[in-house]
Design a protein around this ligand. Sequence first.
Ligand SMILES: Cc1ncc(COP(=O)(O)O)c(C=O)c1O
Length: 464
Amino acid sequence: MIAPTARGMLELIGKTPLVQVTCFDTAGSELWVKLESHNPGGSIKDRIGLSMITAAERDGRLAPGGQLIEATAGNTGLGLALVAALRGYKLTLIIPDKMSQEKVTHLKALGARVIWTRSDVGKGHPAYYQDMAQRIARESGALYVNQFENPANPLAHETTTGPEIWEQTAGRLDAVVCGVGSGGTLTGLSRYFARVAPDVEMVLADPRGSVLAGYVATGTVGIAGSWLVEGIGEDFVPPICDLSRVRTAYTVDDAEAFATVRTLLARAGILAGTSSGTLIAAAVRYCRDRAGRPGRDGPARVVTIVADSGAKYLSKAYRDEWLADQGLIQRPGYGDLRDVVARRAGDAQLVALAPDDALRVAYARMRLHDVSQLPVMDRGALTGIVDESDLLVAALAGDRAFERPVRDVMTTRVQTLPPEAPLAELVRVLDQGMVGVVVEHGSLFGLVTRIDLVNYLRRQAAGS
Ligand SMILES: Cc1ncc(COP(=O)(O)O)c(C=O)c1O
C-alpha cells in the first residue's frame, strides 16, 4: 500500500486508516479504531470544516474573503481554520477556558482570532460559548457556522466516514461506538448505516457528567456535571443530534478514560486524544456485555473512533502529575501536609538544582517546568532555595550573572515545615511569598506552592 499523492492538504481530509486493537480483553470480539487523528488538521472535525464551508459557498452564504464565526471546543475550530486559511476566509472562534493550550496555539498559528469565554456557565448565559458566538455573528454580520445545527455536519459523516468504515470492514460490521459533541458523527453514521446496513448497532459512549447517556436510557435530560475528557459529552441534546438508533449507552468516568488512553499508547502504540479513552472503554464494555448476552449475539466486530491525537494532551492526560492534581490517580495518602505536595522527592518528580549549577541552568529549569522556585540539593540534603527574585537580583547586578553558581544567590535560611504542621502554618508561609518546604525526619519530602494548595483543597472539596 502506498500513501496517496494530493494537490493540497484539503484533498487529504478523510480516507483515514482503520486499525485493529488487541490489547484489551474484548471477550472474543474484534475491536477496530478509525484513526481520525490522521486528518491534516489532526482530528475528525476536518471533515465537517470542509463540508460546512463548502456548503456555505455553494448556497451563497459565504462570499470570497468572507468572515466566519464558530463556538468551538477546539477541533472544529482547527478544521475550519485549516479550510478558511486555504480558501481565504477570516475566522473568529469562541473557546471555553478549559481547553488545551496546545489546541489554541495551533489555532492562532493558523490565523484564527480566538476569544476566550467561561466554561462554567450553561446555555442561556451570555458568556456561554454558543450564545456568545451567535451574538457576535449578529452584530458583525459574520456567518455563524454553528456545527450544532448545521446539516452539513452530519452529512460529512453520512457521505464520507460511514462509507469508509463500511468499505474498510468489507461489509462485516456489528456495531459502531460513538461519542457526541455536536452529534454530527453519530447522526451521520446512524443515517448511513440505517440505509446500507440497518443491523449495525449504534452505541453511545458518554463521559460521566454528560446528560446524553441518561437521555438514551430515560428520554429525559438530567442535570449536567463536569468532566475532563475533551470534545464529547453535553449538557443538552444538540439540535442535529439524532439518537433514535441508539439503544445502548455507556457512561465512562474520567479516571477510566485516562487510564484507557494510557494503555492504548503503551500497549498498541496509538497516541489518542482523551475522548478515545471514553469511546474505547465503552467499546470494550460493549464487547464483553455482548459476549454475555443470550441469543444470536456472539463475538462481534466493533468499530470506534480515535477522534484526535494525544499530542494535544501530552501535558495533561499523559502526565502523572496532572492526573494526580486532578485526583485521577491515587497516591498514598498521609492525612497531613505531605498530601499537599505535588512533586514528591521520593517519586523522582522533584525538580532540583545542585549548588554548583550555573544560574542559566536554574533559569532554564524554571522555564521548562513552569515553576518559580527550585530547591538546591547537596548529596540528598536541602541546602537552599532559588527563586525568580534571586535570579532577577543577580541579573540586574550585571556581568555574566547567569554564569554564577546557584550557591552564590540561593536563600540558605529555609524555613521548613514538618508533615504534621497545621495547614494554617503553610498558609502563613505562602502568604509571606515563600514556598512551603516539607521536611520529614531531616530529609526533603517536597515543596508546596500556592497552586498545589489550591489543587489539594479542590480535591478535598470534590471528595467530600
Ligand atoms: C475529540 C472529539 N471531538 C468530537 C467528537 C465527535 O463530535 P461530534 O458529535 O461533534 O461529531 C468526538 C467523538 O468521538 C471526539 O472524540
